[in-house]
Write a protein that binds this ligand. Structure first.
Ligand code: E4P
Length: 222
């Protein structure tokens, strides 16, 4: 399973990139709004910050409702950074979104269908040619459903039917989510930097380091 970072914060993106685990970035309107910057400017800045990752998802804004509106905005977004091949247009899971997804895929543009909460939605998105599908597990957990089970089922379905779309486990909230979606067969987990930090740590690692440092002080210094 690969790691994407789920943020529009450039400092967090740089930190994840530096440790060498980053394969992509996902953003959404809420994450960009939190940064208080112009949407297109921030996408351009992210693309310049991590030119080598496989995908940077830029989501069409909530004022694009029809497929034509989404496609028009996607065309503006892919011009950023001279049609950089890693820009991925993130599209909501609606009928219009599916239509836009099919069109963009035929034009060779990468797509990420987002806000997926059922297996059927994932199947539709894959059939519309999505490069990536994003089932949201944390938000299902929030309404007392088992979000990880959705990833388990989508992964199984894609295997049975040989579907090419990559599964991005999204709305990942804690380390146990990361382990379980990796075991379930998600191709990617998109996670905030705080969760990347959490999964790098264990109390016994810290204790081990302290003990090594204490023992080292006792060793003869030559
Ligand atoms: C994924 O692409 C979304 O941006 C994200 O994972 C949503 O997560 P949330 O439910 O924590 O807002």
């Amino acid at each position: 399973m690969k790691f994407f970072i789920d943020t529009a914060n450039v400092e967090d993106i740089k930190k994840a990139y530096q440790i060498g685990v980053l394969s992509g970035v996902t953003t959404n309107p809420s994450l960009v709004a939190k940064e208080g910057v112009k949407f297109e400017d921030r996408i351009a800045e992210i693309l310049q910050t991590v030119p080598e990752v496989e995908s940077v998802s830029a989501e069409v804004t909530p004022d694009t409702i029809t497929a034509e509106e989404m496609i028009a905005q996607a065309n503006e977004l892919i011009k950023i950074n001279n049609y950089d091949k890693n820009i991925t247009i993130k599209i909501p899971m609606t009928l219009a979104g599916l239509e836009a997804c099919r069109y963009l895929t035929q034009k060779g543009v990468k797509t990420n269908v987002t806000l997926i909460f059922t297996v059927n939605q994932a199947l539709l998105a894959a059939r519309a040619g999505a490069t990536y599908v994003s089932p949201f597990l944390g938000r299902l957990d929030d309404i007392s459903e088992d979000g990880v089970q959705l990833i388990v089922k989508v992964a199984e379905l894609f295997r049975i039917h040989n579907l090419d779309a990559q599964i991005i486990a999204a709305s990942v909230r804690h380390p146990d989510h990361v382990t379980r979606v990796a075991m379930a067969g998600a191709h990617i987990a998109t996670i905030p930097f705080s969760v990347i930090e959490q999964i790098s740590k264990h109390p016994l690692t810290d204790q081990g380091l302290e003990k090594f440092a204490a023992d080292w002080k006792k060793a003869p210094q030559v």
